[in-house]
Write a protein that binds this ligand. Structure first.
Ligand code: SAH
Length: 193
């Protein structure tokens, strides 16, 4: 069976994240992606995870602690648009994931927004290691999600193809606007001869 965007996001991460890597979960939510990334980077890598809601940090911490994985992780109670103050200067980013929109069963008025999403995305693209990937799961089932999705796609389709490969993954015949996925991969720098 074809995978959902969410499942596919994990496969795309698994292919590019290895032990020792430095990665970002831009939207912690209930911590599934932070947990998954922490497993992939192992005891030598590092995960920076962001969320603006305290509940997200608490449930993520609990999830990690339960399996002794609450190390090699920093949970940051700030918007991902502040990443330029957090991320170490001389470090490359191997992968990042955004799961946009609002928390299911949470406060639907607290949602990611184009402007801040794009600010974080621009910074991360600058930091991205060769063959690193940034994955965004986009939701168009609510009005602000629709706008955000359009803005993100408009930005991504203009990225220079010599530097980045940009992929979308989306079911186009389903009724309930299932999430879609965007993956931006940094192409290996060509050494000039
Ligand atoms: N829509 C997804 C879940 C997304 S959760 C689903 O249905 O499964 C999105 C998370 O992003 C929420 O926990 C929210 O608090 C967080 N968030 C919103 N704005 C943010 C920002 N600027 N920086 C970091 N996290 C943010």
């Amino acid at each position: 069976m074809l995978q959902t965007a969410l499942r596919f996001s994990h496969d795309l991460l698994k292919e590019c994240v290895k032990p020792g890597d430095v990665v970002v979960d831009a939207t912690m939510g209930n911590g599934h992606d932070t947990y998954f990334l922490r497993q992939l980077v192992g005891d030598t890598g590092f995960v920076y995870a962001f969320d603006i809601q305290e509940e997200a940090l608490l449930s993520t911490q609990r999830r990690l602690e339960k399996d002794n994985l609450f190390n090699r992780v920093e949970l940051i109670h700030q918007g991902h648009e502040t990443i330029d103050n957090i991320f170490p200067t001389d470090t490359k980013l191997n992968a990042a994931v955004f799961n946009l929109g609002y928390l299911p069963r949470g406060d639907k008025s607290i949602t990611t927004l184009s402007q801040t999403t794009l600010k974080a995305l621009r910074f991360m693209l600058d930091k991205l290691a060769d063959e690193g990937r940034i994955i965004l799961v986009l939701y168009s089932g609510h009005d602000s999600g629709k706008v955000e999705k359009e803005d993100v796609l408009m930005f991504a389709e203009k990225l220079p193809q010599e530097e980045f490969s940009v992929l979308t993954y989306q079911f186009i015949n389903q009724r309930n606007a299932p999430p879609s996925l965007l993956c931006i991969e940094k192409r290996k720098t060509q050494t000039k001869s």
